[in-house]
Design a protein around this ligand. Structure first.
Ligand code: GLA
Length: 411
């Protein structure tokens, strides 16, 4: 009897210890139900780099509404690097008090009052790429702080991460965000180094596939120890990745350079249309307060955005290249398709496209465009005009670096 009592005592201590241990089990899976279509918003980095403050962010939020971008679907106002001040004696992070004197909660409240969402930036390492405090060792504290501020989106960078493993580091911040309890879109920004497309879908909602974008159409900028890439270089680097993306988990070829003064009008159109075709997050990177009409027209083209936001969530695939004109196809929900002819050469190119030659098969997913038996109307998404049907050969001229973007609408 005595032995029996001792045995029961030992078992009950073990069980209570075990269940107490269970309270500390973490959830390493991202929040479900977010970013079911590619996230749309704005980010401060491409235009403003470290020069961010609360006045700018409020004015950009105002401009997102007044320019029509909010109506077109843009939601997130994302503050990138350099908002940080110091950690306090308990390790809690605070914003730079000179640049953000009203604090982040007040800024998030302002952004939310406009019907928009607030994004912030941190880094898995000891310091951000801009040398501000990183989240390494403070993941749970930072996630609690962001939740208290009302943050809806976190871009989490990969500078100064010596000795860390990417998948584990991103799982740690996911667990921290989970524990803090406020649903947050997690943008994994480790530049494609450790194949985030393989482990990212369970951990975050989007992952950068490359190094940083550089504001040119077709060039590479060599900074010595690292490189940044033009629009077409980044597009080429997406090869083989489309099979990893879908609703809630997107390849991220980096933020837009539209309206930042280096691309021609044709290049802006090609950049935007191709990001729409490959179901990329549409995160504008320009000064929304001073956009010209052309930039607004590109960024708010609802027919092009509809290609990007299509609920099927399948990226376009490259089908052919001829005379430097690439032809890309994107299957859409309900049986429509989008097709893009992007002219990468410096000369205008004539195209002739015979729809009836062969069916178009998606190489990664189960979609087929039975164009020989089914007829479609063609809608030019930049002009908004109907331009014939697939019954006849499509003939067109695409200017240098421009794009012909059509929606194939079922008859
Ligand atoms: C890295 C990221 C950029 C930007 C900067 C900020 O380079 O890839 O998108 O966030 O850091 O320092």
């Amino acid at each position: 009897m005595k032995h029996c009592l001792i045995f029961l005592l030992v078992v009950s201590i073990a069980v209570s210890g075990f269940s107490q241990g269970n309270n500390y089990v973490q959830n390493y899976s991202k929040f479900d139900g977010l970013a079911l279509t590619p996230p749309m918003g704005w980010n401060s980095w491409n235009k403003f780099a470290c020069n961010v403050d609360e006045k700018l962010i409020r004015e950009v939020a105002d401009a997102m509404v007044s320019s029509g971008m909010k109506d077109a679907g843009y939601t997130y106002i994302n503050i990138d690097d350099c908002w940080h001040g110091d950690r306090d004696s308990l390790g809690f992070i605070h914003p730079d008090a000179t640049r953000f004197p009203s604090g982040m909660k007040a800024l998030a409240d302002y952004i939310h009052s406009k019907g928009l969402k607030m994004g912030i930036y941190s880094d898995a390492g000891s310091q951000t790429c801009g040398g501000r405090p990183g989240s390494r060792g403070y993941e749970f504290q930072d996630a609690m702080t962001y939740a208290a501020w009302g943050v809806d989106y976190l871009k989490y960078d990969w500078c100064n991460t010596d000795g860390l493993k990417a998948e584990g580091a991103y799982k740690t911040i996911t667990a921290a965000l989970r524990r803090a309890g406020r649903p947050v879109v997690l943008s994994i920004c480790e530049w494609g180094n450790d194949k985030p497309w393989e482990w990212g879908p369970a951990v975050g909602h989007l992952w950068r596939t490359t190094g940083d974008i550089f504001n040119c159409f077709d060039c590479i900028n060599d900074h010595g120890t690292w490189k940044s890439f033009g629009v077409m270089q980044i597009l080429d680097m997406q090869k083989g990745l489309r099979k990893y993306a879908g609703p809630g988990h997107w390849n991220d070829p980096d933020m837009l350079e539209i309206g930042n003064g280096k691309l021609t009008a044709a290049e802006d159109r090609s950049h935007f249309a191709m990001w729409a075709m490959i179901a990329a997050p549409l995160i504008a990177g320009n000064d929304l307060r001073t956009m010209d009409k052309e930039t607004i027209a590109v960024l708010t083209n609802k027919a092009v955005i509809a290609i990007n936001q299509d609920e099927l969530g399948v990226q376009a695939f490259k089908y052919t290249t001829k005379d430097s004109v690439e032809t890309w196809f994107k299957p859409l929900k309900g049986g429509d398709w989008a097709i893009a002819f992007v002219n990468r050469s410096k000369q205008s190119q004539k195209i002739a496209w015979n729809w009836k030659l062969s069916p178009i098969k998606d190489p990664d997913f189960d979609h087929q465009l039975n164009i020989q038996t089914q007829n479609f109307n063609l809608k030019n998404l930049w002009t908004g005009k109907n331009t014939g049907t697939t019954k006849t050969v499509l003939k067109a001229e695409v200017p240098a670096h421009d794009i012909l973007l059509l929606r194939l609408e079922q008859q």
